[in-house]
Design a protein around this ligand. Structure first.
Ligand SMILES: O=C(O)CCC(=O)C(=O)O
Length: 208
């Protein structure tokens, strides 16, 4: 069901985490908000995609929309701080990220939210991660992408020109500073034929 097209970067047999600083590009969105983007951070990520897509207990959610209850267009799974993640590379990635971003996020990354976008019809609407501490405090949210690339957009809260990042096949995107309060992000639907993608979001305790 979840057949994917492998990329040159993602198709090595053995997954490994490459050096984070090399090739990482920081985009300053405003005086207090930034995004780091690192293409191909995880080498051999297609093997990670395969294992995570099959071993994760995905859950479909439904939500109220006006007077109707509708399917949320993606599958999800939430891992608390102590929970074992569905692939050892994910645990190792979280440790690396906590070490690299220690100055911006002294408490480190704790939870992991996983989402499966089955094809281009799955999406997430504009939002900021403002449940809990993210509502009032600066924080850092790191997203590791596995599988088919999608566009992740950021725009100023309330509207404006959006910035666009391609995320798939082991790419890393990190949103920091006031990004969750001053900016919104989204993964829009796409009509282009598109395979499945998994997003792994690492967050600090109490941020959602
Ligand atoms: O697909 C992504 O990487 C974005 C996920 C996201 O923003 C969320 O689940 O809050």
């Amino acid at each position: 069901m979840l057949a994917q097209q492998s990329s040159l970067l993602g198709s090595d047999a053995t997954p490994s985490i490459t050096r984070l600083g090399a090739g990482l590009t920081r985009t300053r969105l405003d005086a207090r908000s930034w995004v780091d983007h690192r293409l191909g951070w995880i080498a051999g990520s297609d093997a990670v995609f395969d294992e995570v897509s099959h071993s994760t207990p995905w859950r479909a959610e439904r939500r109220q929309m006006y007077d109707r209850v509708v399917d949320v267009p993606r599958l999800v799974c939430w891992y608390e701080a102590e929970a074992e993640l569905p692939h050892p590379v994910l645990g190792a990635a979280r440790l690396r990220l906590s070490a690299y971003y220690r100055d911006s996020l002294p408490e480190g990354f704790a939870t992991a939210g996983l989402c499966l976008y089955r094809d281009g019809r799955d999406s997430v609407a504009w939002h900021g991660d403002t449940i809990g501490r993210g509502r009032t405090e600066d924080t850092v949210v790191a997203i590791l992408s596995l599988g088919a690339p999608r566009a992740l957009l950021l725009r100023p809260r309330g509207g404006g020109t959006s910035a666009r990042f391609k995320v798939g096949h082991g790419d890393l995107l990190v949103m920091g500073g006031a990004c969750q309060r001053q900016w919104e992000h989204a993964v829009p639907k796409t009509a282009k034929g598109c395979g499945p993608r998994i997003s792994v979001q690492f967050r600090a305790p109490g941020v959602r």
